[in-house]
Design a protein around this ligand. Structure first.
Ligand code: ADP
Ligand code: MG
Length: 318
């Protein structure tokens, strides 16, 4: 199969092109794609590279590899409060394996349709399996959720539950074929796009939890020049995680393991009722896990009493 047949068959599929995108003038097939920015919006743009054996198991199904990669990328748009528009895909493949390509393309379709994001271009090369995605979204002028405006007195919230992806990953390390609610959370992240957009004008800062809560919240604290206290008992842990691991292991995973792709955000207490009304209506769990204060750094509490910090705080490549 030639390069152009491959692109045509697996990436120029109608179902990947999105629905009703007036912001896309031209997609795959020319030298560039053309976008038409909606009036009074900024372009939010983010890139991620996923390397086989580093970011995903090459033995995983190509459907699961696709949903995880695109889910992780969409999560950056969610954390900025952007509405998904389109993405490009740079794919490096060892060979034109049709079974792999079919599953991969199906996985992209599943995520693209859930979040109405269109594939508008990319590049296809031969080499060690590597996936590079660039996602683009639109955010109303001056509404993007940045990391630098958390204020002492704000509450700290997280969506969903924490530690599930890490629990799933641990199980996959033991058994690549493991398939349960935790491995599902690892393979199929749920980028919190709707919540991110609701947070405009409500949250003071936001980030997605990709490298571990303490590390990611740490970026908000550093950029906002504030500190935080976290109550261990308020960390949202799923029933599945608690069944599979001890409470201490669950806390450690919730605090320091990444890839849940939930949102962590700060907000004045007076907005809590509106937040909970939105979260209930959308069936997005949201937990109040701690508070911002003026003392720099992060402190952990257990039933309101100080408790020591784990030494390993999150994933870093180097
Ligand atoms: P060029 O030579 O201009 O770089 P290519 O021959 O690489 O163009 O690609 C042809 C068209 O197919 C372009 O529109 C490009 O964006 C698109 N394309 C190539 N690879 C992919 C891919 N993996 N996914 C989506 N679109 C792709
Ligand atoms: Mg090219």
């Amino acid at each position: 199969m030639g390069e152009f047949t491959l692109i045509n068959q697996y990436f120029q599929r109608q179902a990947l092109q999105g629905q009703g995108h007036q912001d896309i003038i031209l997609g795959i097939g020319d030298d560039c794609a053309l976008l038409n920015p909606p009036p009074l919006h900024h372009l939010a743009i983010s890139t991620d590279t996923f390397v086989a054996g580093v970011h995903f198991f090459p033995e995983s199904s190509s459907f699961d590899i696709a949903t995880r990669c695109l889910g992780a990328s969409l999560s950056d748009l969610a954390a900025m409060g952007a509405a998904p528009s389109s993405y490009t895909l740079c794919l490096t493949l060892p060979d034109a394996d049709e079974l792999f390509l079919q599953g991969f393309s199906d996985g992209l379709i599943a995520m693209s349709q859930l979040y109405n994001i269109a594939l508008i271009g990319g590049d296809t090369t031969k080499g060690p399996l590597t996936i590079s995605l660039q996602v683009m979204g639109w955010v109303p002028h001056h509404q993007a959720l940045q990391r630098n405006n958390a204020k002492a007195g704000d509450r700290i919230y997280v969506s969903g539950s924490l530690g599930d992806a890490a629990g799933g990953l641990k199980q996959l390390h033991n058994d690549r074929a493991a398939n349960n609610n935790l491995t599902k959370r690892y393979h199929h992240p749920t980028p919190r796009i709707a919540l991110g957009q609701w947070l405009h004008g409500n949250a003071t800062a936001a980030i997605d939890v990709s490298d571990g809560l303490l590390q990611d919240l740490g970026h908000i604290l550093q950029q906002s020049n504030v500190g935080a206290t976290i109550e261990l008992n308020n960390l949202p842990l799923s029933a599945e995680l608690m069944r599979a691991f001890s409470k201490e292991q669950c806390w450690l995973m919730a605090l320091s393991a990444g890839e849940d792709f939930e949102l962590c955000f700060t907000m004045p207490a007076k907005q809590q009722a509106a937040l909970m009304a939105f979260a209930n209506a959308q069936q997005i769990p949201v937990a109040h896990i701690g508070n911002i204060d003026e003392t720099l750094g992060t402190r952990l509490h257990h039933h309101g009493k100080p408790t020591p910090m784990p030494t390993h705080l999150g994933w870093q490549h180097f």
